[in-house]
Ligand binder design. Structure first.
Ligand SMILES: Nc1ncnc2c1ncn2[C@@H]1O[C@H](COP(=O)(O)OP(=O)(O)OP(=O)(O)O)[C@@H](O)[C@H]1O
Ligand SMILES: [Mg+2]
Length: 211
């Protein structure tokens, strides 16, 4: 099973989600490799930090340019392949989409981020014409905690209109715990904040139901 976290927008929480999904699967005793296709190396730094701990193993690899064949090869050797992409329209994102089972598109509840979803949908349509089993999900990330802010509800209304990508009902809120976990080579399921942990568990349950 190959799960790619992709978006043409930077800073939406792709690496945070990729590392948390990888850690969640490792905690569940799954054989998982995290592939970093972004030269920024956020995910690579994370699994390097993790490799110096006693935490459940997440294998790691860096692969750039055309990643399609490598992902298919990893898929034969590992139970789960989690792919982190850079935040723009890239060769890695386009070639990755041809090989993957699931694409998760993180999106912040703000107009600038929502504006990129249409282009992302066009890319997914093209990928689906080749990779017919591709399933795409959108998830709202780094959501503001202030209940007075209506951006979350407005974003849900906006994203529901896109049939090609299913909007997950799990919301990933802005929590310091996500930043701390990223810096420690951990997933939030391995930290002491129940709220963040429940968000990742809820997201993974939704994905499991959709598969
Ligand atoms: N849910 C969250 N709560 C708090 N901070 C978060 C959350 N998700 C991500 N962040 C922080 O926001 C910043 C951007 O996150 P991240 O690196 O995961 O985004 P990205 O989409 O991978 O960015 P890039 O496009 O640059 O690769 C990081 O400092 C990260 O720690
Ligand atoms: Mg990143």
């Amino acid at each position: 099973m190959i799960i790619l976290i992709g978006s043409i927008k930077g800073g939406v929480g792709k690496s945070t989600l990729a590392t948390n999904i990888a850690a969640y699967l490792a905690v569940k005793n799954k054989d998982v490799i995290l592939v970093d296709s972004d030269r920024q190396s956020t995910s690579s730094n994370w699994y390097y930090d993790r490799s110096n701990t006693d935490l459940p193993i997440v294998h790691g690899a860096q692969k750039y340019d055309n990643i399609s064949t490598t992902l298919k090869d990893f898929n034969r050797r590992y139970e789960y392949v989690v792919v982190d992409c850079q935040g723009r329209d890239s060769v890695e994102l386009r070639t990755g989409l041809i090989a993957v089972d699931i694409c998760i598109i993180p999106c912040k509840p703000s107009q600038a981020d929502l504006d990129t979803i249409h282009s992302m949908q066009e890319m997914l349509k093209m990928a689906s014409s080749i990779n017919q089993g591709l399933k795409s999900y959108c998830v709202l990330t780094i959501c503001p905690n202030n209940p007075a802010v209506t951006e979350i509800a407005d974003s849900i209304d906006f994203l529901k209109k896109y049939d090609d990508m299913q909007l997950l009902s799990t919301l990933i809120y802005d929590r310091k715990n996500y930043r701390d976990a990223l810096a420690l080579g951990r997933g939030v399921v391995e930290m002491d904040n129940d709220k963040a942990k429940h968000e990742i568990e809820s997201l993974m349950k939704e994905l499991a139901h959709g598969c």
